[in-house]
Every structure is written in C-alpha cells, then in structure tokens.
Design a protein around this ligand. Structure first.
Ligand SMILES: [Zn+2]
Length: 140
C-alpha cells in the first residue's frame, strides 16, 4: 500500500495556477471576480493570462454582481465516484451571469426538482478547507 494512492472517497480539488490565483482568492472571500479587457471590453470567466477575444493582457479584475440565470442544468443521480455518493441527486448548472460569461457550477441548498431554465440564481461559495472555497449557486 502506498501513501500516495488516490483516495477514491476524497473529492478532487482544484489547484490554482498563477493566472487563476486571484479568482480562487476571491472565492475564499466569498466573491466572484471577472476579468474585464481594457482594450476590447470583453468580460471573461475563467481567469487566464490574456483576453480570449483579442489576446490583450490588459485585463482588470472586477467583482461580479453574483446574479445570473440558469441557462442549462443536469441532475446527477448516479455519482461519478464514491466521493460524490452522499451528494446525489445534485444539480450541475450552466449559469449565465448578468455580466455575460457563463460558468459551470452546482447548486447548494436546492432541491433539484425545483430547478428550471431561466431561474434567477445567486452566487455563493462552499468552504472546503482554509485554501479552497468552491463556487456555488443557490436560488435567488
Ligand atoms: Zn480583449
């Protein structure tokens, strides 16, 4: 038995890189930051070194309103692994943020049966440990 074996009961966690670190730092504070391009006006989620639209590196972080609508969703009944077994059924959502970008996340404090397209949702976070809080949504 190796100590480095992956625990199938542990959920995989993100490992922020230098470009996405500010985003994860925001999550830790319960905030959602989007990158605004100062050259073309593009707004993007997820963080990266340059603008997806014009490749400019002239990006600025601004806190998002946290408001959005469910663009699409899927209810997971069969867990993708043992770590998620106690969570089912849960909803994976594609949220269209008020500012435009879409983000994949999941709902908390929500009965999946209550979900529908175009429902208003609000950004929140779920603390996993001292370093990582995950982006989540709840019904607004
Ligand atoms: Zn741009």
């Amino acid at each position: 038995m190796s100590n480095s074996a992956i625990d199938p009961f542990a959920k995989p966690l993100p490992s922020p890189d230098p470009d996405s670190l500010p985003l994860w730092e925001g999550f830790r504070q319960g905030k959602l930051f989007l990158q605004h391009c100062k050259d073309c006006g593009g707004i993007q989620y997820y963080h990266q070194a340059s603008c997806r639209n014009c490749q400019s590196e002239n990006l600025e972080e601004r806190e998002a309103s946290g408001r959005g609508k469910i663009h699409s969703f899927s209810v997971v009944h069969r867990a993708p692994g043992p770590a998620f077994k106690n969570d089912t059924p849960y909803a994976v959502v594609l949220v269209e943020l008020e500012e435009g970008p879409r983000m994949i996340s999941s709902m908390i404090d929500t009965n999946p049966d209550d979900l529908d397209f175009e429902l208003d949702v609000a950004f929140t976070t779920e603390k996993v440990n001292e370093e990582i809080s995950l982006p989540r949504f709840r019904l607004a």
